[in-house]
Design a protein around this ligand. Structure first.
Ligand code: F6P
Length: 296
C-alpha cells in the first residue's frame, strides 16, 4: 500500500485460491495482529491444488481477479506448489519461508522456528523440575517429521543429555551407554529430546526400548505436540517476518519473480524457487558435535 498497490488476501491457502475466497486488505486489516500466532487469513493443506484441475482453476481465479503477483507464505509443500504454479501457468510468484521445521533451503531461519524453539525450551524447563525432584528420565518428543532442527536447537538450549534427530541414525545401545555413564556419575535425572520423525520411532517406542535395557531408571514420556505451532511470536520471528515481507514486495516491485526471499547471515537474499525446492537444507553438523560434547 506504501507503493500504491492494491492488496488482496487469499483465505484458506491454496483451497481459497481455487475457489476465489479473496478479501480486500487495508492497512487496518493487519492492526493488532503482530502479537498473535496462527494466521488471520486461515490456511489449509490443499489436496486439490496438487491436481491439474485444481491448479487450472486457481490460475483462472488469479487472471480473473487481475492479480499481478502472488506472495506465498509457507513451508516445503507451499513453496513446491508455488514453483509448479509459476512455471506451469506463468503466474508471478514470490515465496516467503514460514515453517516451524526450519527445513527450507536458502534461508538461515524460517518464520515460526524461533517461536517454536522457545516454546519447547519453556516446556522442558518445567519438565526438568519434575525430572530433578523425582529422579526421572524424561523423553520429550518435539515436532519435526523430517527435520531435527527444533530438536537440536532446543536440545542445546535446555542442556539435554541426548538429542535424537531424523538426520542421524539413532542407536538405542549408544543412547543407553550415554545414560549409564550419567547414572554412574550420580546424575539421576535426565532429558532426552526426540524429534517425532526419528528413525528409531517416536518417544514412546524409544522409551520402551531403553526401559528394557535400563530398568532402574524411572521413565516418563511427554509429547509437546501442537503447542509448538501456536502462541505469541518471539521478537526474532516478528522482525524476521517484517523484513521478509518488506523485501518480498520490494523484490516484486523491482521485477523479480518466481523466487523466494530468505535471510542468510543477516542479509536478504533472493533464490529461484526452482533451486529452493530442488535442494535440501543441510543441517549444521557442528551443532550435533556441540550437543554431544556439552551433554557429557
Ligand atoms: O510441517 C510442519 C509440522 O509442524 C511438522 O513438524 C509436524 O509434523 C506437522 O507440521 C504437523 O502437522 P498437522 O498439524 O497437520 O498434524
Amino acid at each position: 500500500m506504501h507503493h500504491g498497490l492494491e492488496v488482496t488476501g487469499v483465505l484458506h491457502g491454496y483451497d481459497g485460491l481455487i475457489s476465489g475466497d479473496f478479501i480486500e486488505l487495508k492497512n487496518e486489516s493487519v492492526s493488532n495482529i503482530i502479537q498473535r500466532g496462527g494466521t488471520m487469513l486461515k490456511t489449509s493443506r490443499s489436496n486439490r491444488f496438487k491436481t491439474d484441475e485444481g491448479m487450472n482453476q486457481a490460475a483462472e481465479q488469479v487472471k480473473k481477479n487481475n492479480i499481478d503477483a502472488l506472495v506465498v507464505i509457507g513451508g516445503d509443500g507451499s513453496l513446491r506448489g508455488a514453483e509448479k504454479f509459476s512455471s506451469q501457468h506463468g503466474i508471478v510468484v514470490m515465496g516467503i519461508p514460514k515453517t516451524i521445521d526450519n527445513d527450507i533451503y536458502g534461508t538461515d531461519n524460517s518464520i515460526g522456528f524461533d517461536t517454536a524453539v522457545n516454546t519447547v525450551v519453556q516446556a522442558v524447563d518445567k519438565i526438568r523440575d519434575t525430572a530433578a525432584s523425582h529422579d526421572r528420565l524424561f523423553f520429550v518428543e518435539v515436532m519435526g517429521r523430517d527435520s531435527g532442527m527444533i530438536a537440536l536447537t532446543s536440545g542445546i538450549a535446555v542442556g539435554a543429555e541426548a538429542i535424537l534427530i531424523p538426520e542421524t541414525a539413532t542407536r538405542v545401545d549408544q543412547l543407553v551407554q550415554i545414560l549409564e555413564r550419567g547414572w554412574e556419575r550420580k546424575k539421576y535425572s535426565m532429558i532426552v529430546i526426540v524429534a517425532e520423525g526419528d528413525d528409531a520411532g517416536g518417544a514412546y517406542k524409544i522409551a520402551e526400548k531403553v526401559k528394557i535395557k535400563f530398568p532402574q531408571f524411572d521413565t516418563r514420556v511427554s509429547i509437546l505436540g501442537h503447542m509448538q505451532r501456536g502462541g505469541s511470536p518471539t521478537s526474532a520471528d516478528r522482525v524476521l517476518a517484517s523484513r521478509l515481507g518488506f523485501a518480498a514486495v520490494e523484490g516484486l516491485m523491482e521485477g523479480r519473480k518466481n523466487e523466494m526471499v530468505g535471510m542468510v547471515n543477516s542479509a536478504i537474499r533472493f533464490i529461484p524457487l526452482k533451486e529452493v525446492t530442488a535442494q535440501r537444507k543441510v543441517m549444521d553438523k557442528s551443532l550435533v558435535n556441540i550437543a554431544n560434547i556439552l551433554s557429557q
